[in-house]
Design a protein around this ligand. Structure first.
Ligand SMILES: Nc1nc2c(c(=O)[nH]1)N[C@H]1C(S)=C(S)[C@@H](COP(=O)(O)O)O[C@H]1N2
Ligand SMILES: [Mo]
Length: 497
């Protein structure tokens, strides 16, 4: 090996970079497990047919004789493994994931940049094919449970070198690429992209397999550090003479402190997130929302799935309203139902189902992406929101458009609603749908009319619409966080990923 590699040492930037990476990875793993727990089933195709998962965690069994919703499928998860842990804390788990991802990617880019700028790459990236047989020999040595002599670490042994290169240049990019393909906005704009991974569920499964490899890597890496370096450091600690020994002691202490700091941060962050979910949501939103709007906000859906491809058993989330008004209207085929469009508009509207059917009809065969993880493909048809907006003439002060649903249950007065900026709903494939797969919208999917906005995660697409309001601010709408799930489950209000 190139003799200069041993002289490279571990410069300060490398140590800091490594520390930030460690900090990020543990948070990404724990928030990732929180997200997974909300739909702990993995599939290889985007239909997510119940029972068709290749792996499933948790013991829940879904009924086959009555309607269940995907919220019923969520599992609790221990705060030891997940941040913040507990029941359906998906919103907070996502905030953590999205807070850390940009930091982790930035740190990774700095690392790779500096690696090449400083010559450090020479000891990381193998330059000869002989690395493979050498790594194999090294693996055999480890398999016989002996630690190779220190001389074979210069400073990395061949197996280490191969694994590090693979983690940095294969596993890292794979996690980013498959993570990105979970964004409804990105994959609605570039439908070819998730196909690289066999669809969004293929990507989700690979993201999970990557997570498992990452956990395995982190655990074995830590074990190696403890087995190989720890005894050597302890030895020097107890024979404290000469500057090299002292340096080693300092390194050992600072590494231990760094690890303790990460553990301490996790405990504090978990407790804070669990005890103050609202304040965490508000703080996280200040960073996550602008980033999400910046990277995904301008993307417009261009999906055209083959109609042959629709999902036979499309999942459901959110039960049909259990209230008298709704039931009465349903009995007469929603003859009396009117969609009211009001608020800051010059021309308030009241549209019957028939009025909607008389307007230009738009049809789209698209993938639905629930925030919990499942997908399904369906053909939806209805009226473009931009068409309705043209007819009602929004006033200049109107900034937000809020879609309201029937009260779920007359004894529980909060109703489902979701808000968007006016810009967000002006794109294509944003419709008030009254048909699904060529039939009137079924009850469980939002009869008589629901929103479809294909660059968003499912929770933004309000079913069982009653009225649409244009407002200048969200302060007076619900609790003011931009939607029912934002108010009650601490989700973010953008929902582009
Ligand atoms: N009124 C209402 N709309 C709703 C919900 C709900 O609970 N109530 N759930 C949302 C969520 S989280 C999802 S994923 C989609 C599910 O649509 P589907 O049931 O047609 O599959 O509806 C959204 N719209
Ligand atoms: Mo959802």
């Amino acid at each position: 090996m190139d003799p200069t590699t041993t002289e490279l040492g571990f410069p300060v930037w490398l140590r800091i970079n490594h520390f930030i990476n460690l900090f990020c990875i543990f948070l990404l793993i724990r928030s990732g497990l929180q997200i997974l727990a909300d739909h702990p089933k993995l599939y290889w195709n985007d239909h997510c047919r119940p029972g068709n998962e290749w792996v499933k965690f948790g013991k829940k069994k879904m009924p086959t004789n009555r309607l269940f919703t995907s919220m019923d499928e969520a599992e609790d998860v221990s705060p030891v493994f997940a941040i913040p842990g507990g029941h359906h804390n998906l919103g907070a788990g996502r905030h953590w994931h999205f807070l850390i991802v940009p930091l982790w990617i930035l740190n990774g880019l700095c690392y790779v940049g500096l690696l090449f700028a400083t010559g450090q790459w020479r000891r990381l990236i193998p330059t000869s094919w002989s690395i493979f047989p050498e790594a194999w020999n090294s693996l055999l040595t480890f398999a016989s449970l002996t630690v190779p002599p220190e001389s074979s670490f210069h400073p990395y042994d061949p197996l280490q070198q191969l694994v590090y290169t693979a983690v940095v240049f294969l596993l890292g990019p794979l996690m980013i690429a498959t993570g990105l393909s979970q964004s409804p906005a990105l994959i609605a704009r570039y439908p070819w992209y998730p196909r690289i991974f066999g669809g969004r569920q293929g990507a989700r499964s690979l993201h999970f397999i990557g997570l498992m490899l990452l956990i395995f890597y982190v655990l074995s890496h830590l074990t190696m550090v403890i087995l190989v370096h720890f005894p050597r450091d302890v030895e020097t600690m107890f024979s404290m003479f000469g500057p090299p020994g002292l340096l080693s002691v300092a390194a050992f202490l600072s590494a231990s402190l760094a690890l303790l700091a990460v553990i301490g941060f996790h405990i504090a962050a978990t407790l804070y997130t669990r005890r103050h979910p609202r304040s965490f949501q508000e703080h996280a939103a200040k960073i996550v929302e602008p980033l999400m709007r910046f990277f995904f906000g301008k993307l417009r859906s261009r999906q055209h799935f083959d109609r042959q491809n629709v999902t036979a058993m499309h999942h459901v989330n959110g039960y049909p309203p259990e209230n008298g008004d709704y039931r009465r209207m349903a009995e007469t085929g929603f003859h009396d139902w009117r969609l009211r469009i009001g608020g800051l508009v010059e021309q308030p509207l009241e549209l019957s189902l028939n009025d909607l059917q008389q307007m230009p009809k738009h049809e789209q065969t698209v993938r639905h992406n629930c925030i919990q993880g499942w997908t399904g493909i369906a053909t939806w048809a209805g009226v473009e929101v931009r068409e309705v907006l043209q007819r009602c003439h929004p006033k200049l002060e109107a900034k937000w458009i809020v879609f309201h649903a029937f009260v779920q249950d007359e004894y529980a007065p909060d109703h489902y609603y979701e808000a968007f900026t006016l810009e967000e709903v002006k794109g294509p494939q944003t419709i008030l749908a009254y048909e699904m797969n060529g039939r009137p919208l079924p009850f469980e999917h939002g009869a008589p009319c629901r929103l479809r906005l294909e660059t968003k995660v499912g929770y933004k697409m309000v079913k069982y619409l009653t009225h649409i309001d244009l407002v200048a601010s969200l302060d007076q709408v619900g609790f003011g966080y931009g939607g029912y799930r934002e108010d009650h489950q601490f989700y973010g209000k953008v929902g582009s990923i």
